[in-house]
Design a protein around this ligand. Structure first.
Ligand SMILES: *[C@@H]1O[C@H](CO)[C@@H](O)[C@H](O)[C@H]1NC(C)=O
Ligand SMILES: *[C@@H]1O[C@H](CO)[C@@H](O)[C@H](O)[C@H]1NC(C)=O
Ligand SMILES: *[C@@H]1O[C@H](CO)[C@@H](O)[C@H](O)[C@H]1NC(C)=O
Length: 390
């Protein structure tokens, strides 16, 4: 039944579409070589990414945390890669669009690196399911069993430190290389709240964890600065009150619990609260590190636009209902999640904001990335990108 729904999905793409995608791929890689040759000091030449499923490009599936993770098979990847890559979407993620915009190759997952492989353009340390807080925090609170992974932000920073000697040799070497490197710390922290919510925590209880989560994010950012990072982007949380999972778990009979877009007010307020606290903490970090550029990425603002004006962004099918799922009002069913038996994917993911209940579609991620690279959702703005996000 599973395999069937994947095959159906391949049909809507005409040959023309396939050729276009092929052309586009060639186009990107053609420019990439050029970019290397004429190293532009005002752009980025490498990206180092840390985080969770919003930016994992394949670490989780090879981490061995789960023997047969559903994200390791179709319909994950169906839109762009045509096979599953370990990305939690139907195609590219925000990080992939950022890489394209700067003429860089898609980031290699750290756990898939092979000896002798070039890491000149960066590495991705993000792991789906990862938390900002260490696994022990959840284990001590009886939630150890529901963690997808123990590879928290700290562990990922440790991986970077271990790899660093093969990235640059001397202090001088590292300084000059990191001047052209973008470090992306997150999105991370969303899972810390997701786990607590799925364990029955209410919004007040989630709120209590915000200072702890924010502290972990700022600690990781400081650790990277200590390692020589001078250009860092730290994303905030998405409007989780509009996510199919939260809408399903916290479904309410009270009309006043929803805003005019149908999102849960309390959880969007919660996401804003996290973002506000993160911003305050980043402000302090900036004061203490005057030579360092710390950029806040407003994922909330970039994504909120879809729920206000979905048609403007091509989301003609649904903004709140997931494309891939096993039924229910938001097509999120915990007993039949996307990829599991009983679930089915829509035939036109690019007309949906939400992919599988938790994660967004490639189309939605593209608009978020565009909002970050081309503005106005990065504070201060990222460096000018040589390519526009289509
Ligand atoms: C996380 O670590 C604990 C304790 O070492 C272990 O029991 C558990 O299986 C690990 N979880 C995952 C998902 O790897
Ligand atoms: C959240 O749960 C706690 C502990 O059970 C309870 O005291 C509190 O009233 C709840 N808050 C909300 C907003 O439901
Ligand atoms: C959720 O999935 C289970 C298992 O496939 C199914 O029995 C149930 O009817 C589904 N619920 C909804 C609301 O579609």
């Amino acid at each position: 039944m599973d395999a069937d729904s994947c095959i159906h999905l391949l049909h809507p793409y005409s040959n023309n579409m396939k050729i276009l995608i092929l052309l586009f791929t060639t186009f990107t890689f053609g420019f990439q070589a050029k970019q290397v040759a004429s190293s532009n000091p005002h752009s980025y030449e490498s990206i180092f990414s840390f985080g969770d499923s919003l930016s994992d490009t394949g670490n989780f599936v090879v981490s061995g945390s789960l023997a047969f993770p559903v994200i390791g098979k179709l319909p994950y990847g169906v839109t762009f890669f045509k096979h599953a890559t370990g990305r939690c979407s139907d195609g590219r993620l925000v990080i992939d669009f950022i890489a394209e915009a700067y003429g860089l190759p898609y980031l290699q997952p750290y756990l898939k690196l092979t000896k002798g492989q070039s890491i000149q353009h960066g590495v991705n340390f993000a792991v789906a399911g990862a938390t900002a807080l260490d696994a022990e925090f959840f284990q001590q609170r009886g939630m150890g069993k529901i963690l997808w992974t123990n590879n928290s932000l700290n562990i990922q920073i440790g991986w970077f430190k271990k790899l660093k000697p093969s990235i640059c040799a001397t202090r001088q070497d590292c300084d000059s290389y990191f001047r052209r490197s973008l470090f992306i710390v997150g999105e991370i922290g969303g899972n810390d709240y997701n786990y607590a919510a799925s364990a029955g925590g209410n919004v007040t209880q989630l709120m209590a964890n915000v200072p702890l989560v924010v502290e972990e994010i700022t600690k990781a950012t400081s650790a990277l600065i200590a390692e020589g990072a001078v250009e860092l982007m730290v994303p905030g949380n998405l409007p989780v009150g509009c996510s199919a999972v939260y809408l399903t778990i916290f479904r309410s009979q009270k009309k006043e619990d929803y805003d005019r877009n149908g999102c849960l007010k309390a959880f969007n307020a919660f996401a804003r609260y996290h973002n506000k606290q993160l911003n305050l903490a980043l402000g302090k970090l900036k004061q203490n590190n005057p030579g360092v550029n710390i950029i806040y990425a407003d994922y909330f603002g970039a994504a909120k636009r879809f729920f206000h004006a979905p048609r403007h962004y091509g989301f003609t099918s649904a903004t709140l209902r997931a494309c891939c799922g096993g039924g229910g009002p938001f097509n999120f069913n915990n007993s039949a999640r996307c990829g599991h038996i009983g679930s089915k994917a829509c035939s036109n993911p690019s007309t949906y904001v939400n992919w599988d209940g938790f994660h967004l579609t490639e189309a939605a991620y593209k608009h978020v990335a565009k909002g970050l690279v081309e503005g106005p959702f990065s504070y201060p703005p990222l460096r000018n990108s040589p390519f526009k996000i289509a």
